[in-house]
Design a protein around this ligand. Structure first.
Ligand SMILES: Nc1nc2c(ncn2[C@@H]2O[C@H](COP(=O)(O)OP(=O)(O)OP(=O)(O)O)[C@@H](O)[C@H]2O)c(=O)[nH]1
Ligand SMILES: Nc1nc2c(ncn2[C@@H]2O[C@H](COP(=O)(O)OP(=O)(O)OP(=O)(O)O)[C@@H](O)[C@H]2O)c(=O)[nH]1
Ligand SMILES: [Mg+2]
Ligand SMILES: [Mg+2]
Lengths: 281, 292
């Protein structure tokens, strides 16, 4: 829409299409476009050719919606800091954990990753390969055992081994499966009971190509085990990940990291400015 | 929901009258909202609403019929049509070798679906073999071996240092030797904009000549579904789609995008993590689901 000459209703329609196509959702998009319309009136910008003013106004409105003081990972007062990684099937949890472990190692920290997905075919094998690549320790359980028992063992192993971080991989689960969500709630309680204050972060992994269902995922996972942050994966595709705007606005859950590929170093801290810029490309 | 919103809009019309234009416009606005909230593609929604408005304006309130119901029926029927009409069976030539290639984005459910499809086709009397064509993802081969074993279907692999085109070719030789007629190739997840990875799968297609190339799509994909479907279709000339994770509560508007862009049938629905959670795709059920 940079090619359009002036600020008018057609341009606002085009902006609406851009926002909806970025998966920002109807409700949030309507609020943003209404806000823009008000500003156009208030600042008497109708018919003006100052398109930059319009995009700046829009970007700063979105920027306000996703602003957060909690971008970095919370650490505990004593070692280890425990991070629980959750999310629906196939979004990139296991891969994100490999990347995080490698990142901690490159910062001189010792990580322990926990293969608490005791259900899916070759899940433990997959995480073990990441442990090898990241040069970190791993706790595995037997396939098919209660994941809470693996988590229990891991928390105790961590306290002995003087690890700085413990990152727990869980099986993908759809948020509308009550029994699977109960299993997750139990894991979170076991962690908290064995180590007060933990988990210090419960990270929801979201696939950037997910549509409006992402909001429901965030709601259900946060009701079950309190989500403290989001890892937004597969941002190296064409999807914009606009769903996180509504999630932030309504649930106050900040995006902490984004996944930009399948390699071990394809994880970066979330940069709101870069995200906003990419929305309009 | 849409039913009650329509009832409010059309409630006051008397039989014998034409449905008034203002009420239709208001109803179509509600439909547009419902579609976008259900992740139906923006452009497809626009086209769809245009068709619905045209049909709805022609409606005369039939005696004994409530106009809201008539317009709902137009919306529902238009959507079922957009999704392919009725369920489509995968017609495989009996006695002939079928080479089925599964492709799609990372994490969409290809490896799991490969085993589900193999089990289904064996129930239909075919003799399947699974080929491990993903040389990229950690433990992908092991994953296919485990699910293959779970459904009692043999798995052919050559490790991760051989290119997928060769693996497909060698796997086909093995199939012939063992008198197996249905070869299902699992491939690595890939982004439609990753030139190298799209080139890899095009090479497989050019040397292996699959009889069917199916795109595996996660039902919860949003507006990006159109991009995925378009690029994969342009590059590989898809024969159809399989929609996964329909046991979730996503409305699934991606189904429309995929059908709209490829013009090819959605053959199956993945409805769970168990290998038996595999059904025919039903356009009418999907239409109700999308409409909420
Ligand atoms: N392009 C891209 N692919 C990714 C990214 N993150 C993960 N993937 C890929 O997505 C696929 C699924 O990743 P996993 O880590 O197995 O996902 P998961 O959430 O653990 O899956 P389940 O345990 O089965 O629920 C793999 O092929 C990964 O390589 C990313 O940021 N970009
Ligand atoms: N609930 C549910 N989960 C599914 C379904 N199909 C696949 N899954 C799960 O989705 C996740 C990803 O499945 P995979 O088969 O590994 O996906 P993939 O496309 O092969 O992944 P990549 O090879 O990394 O691209 C796994 O946790 C599967 O168990 C389905 O229909 N319903
Ligand atoms: Mg995993
Ligand atoms: Mg796979």
């Amino acid at each position: 829409f940079q090619r359009r000459g002036k600020i008018d209703d057609d341009l606002l329609d085009e902006l609406e299409e851009t926002l909806i196509t970025a998966d920002i959702g109807v409700e949030t998009t309507t609020r943003l476009i209404d806000h823009l319309r008000d500003q156009v009136k208030f600042q008497k910008k109708k018919g003006s050719t100052d398109i930059n003013w319009l995009t700046d106004t829009l970007q700063s409105a979105i920027g306000e919606m996703i602003a957060s003081e909690n971008r970095s990972l919370k650490t505990g007062t004593e070692k280890p800091s425990v991070y629980l990684v959750v999310g629906v099937n196939g979004v990139g949890k296991t891969t994100a954990i490999g990347k995080l472990a490698w990142r901690f190692r490159s910062e001189g920290q010792k990580a322990l990753i926990v293969a608490a997905d005791t259900f899916r075919a070759a899940a433990i094998d997959q995480l073990a390969i990441w442990a090898d690549r990241a040069g970190c320790d791993i706790v595995k359980g037997e396939e098919g055992v209660d994941p809470s028992s693996v988590v229990y063992n891991a928390v105790h192993a961590a306290r002995a081994g003087q690890h700085d971080f413990v990152i727990i991989d869980t099986a993908g689960r759809l948020h509308n499966r009550a029994n699977l969500m109960q299993e997750l709630g139990k894991m979170a309680r076991v962690i908290g009971r064995e180590f007060p204050g933990a988990p210090h972060e419960t990270l929801l992994v979201l696939d950037a190509s997910t549509g409006q269902n992402a909001l429901q995922q965030a709601r259900q996972f946060t009701d079950t085990c309190g989500v403290t942050g989001i890892i937004l994966t597969k941002m190296d595709g064409t999807a914009k990940g606009g769903v996180i705007i509504g999630i932030h606005d309504q649930l106050k859950i900040p995006v902490k990291f984004i996944g930009l590929g399948e390699k071990i170093d394809d994880l970066e801290p979330f940069e709101p400015e870069a995200f906003l810029k990419a929305l309009f490309e | 929901n849409l039913q009650s919103r329509f009832a409010a809009i059309f409630g006051k019309l008397r039989s014998g009258k034409r449905v008034d234009e203002r009420a239709v416009k208001e109803a179509v606005r509600e439909v547009r909202l419902a579609f976008l909230e259900a992740d139906v593609n923006y452009q497809a929604t626009r086209e769809f609403c245009r068709q619905i408005e045209e049909k709805a304006l022609g409606v005369q309130v039939l005696a004994g019929l409530n106009p809201a119901q008539q317009v709902i029926k137009i919306v529902y029927d238009t959507m079922v049509e957009m999704l392919g009409g009725e369920k489509q069976n995968l017609t495989l030539m009996p006695g002939q070798q079928e080479r089925i290639m599964l492709v799609g984005l990372q994490g969409s459910g290809k490896t799991t679906t490969a085993a589900k499809l193999a089990a289904r086709l064996r129930q239909d009397g075919r003799k399947p073999i699974l080929i491990a064509g993903d040389i990229h993802r950690p433990a992908a081969i092991k994953q296919l071996e485990v699910v293959g074993k779970q459904v009692g279907v043999p798995v052919f692999s050559m490790g991760t240092d051989v290119d997928p085109a060769t693996i497909a070719k060698e796997g086909t030789k093995k199939a012939k030797a063992d008198d197996l007629d249905t070869i299902i190739l699992d491939t690595a997840g890939r982004l439609h904009i990753d030139e190298q990875m799209m080139a890899e799968v095009k090479r497989v297609r050019e040397s292996w000549h699959p009889t069917l190339t199916l795109l595996v799509v996660d039902a919860m994909v949003g507006q990006d579904a159109v991009n995925q479907a378009r690029h994969f279709h342009e590059n590989l000339d898809l024969d159809g789609t399989i929609l996964t994770k329909l046991d979730g509560d996503t409305r699934g508007g991606a189904a429309i995008s995929v059908r709209y862009v490829t013009g090819k049938p959605i053959y199956f629905a993945g409805t769970g993590e168990k290998l038996s959670d595999f059904e025919f795709f039903h356009p009418d059920r999907m239409a109700s689901r999308i409409l909420g």
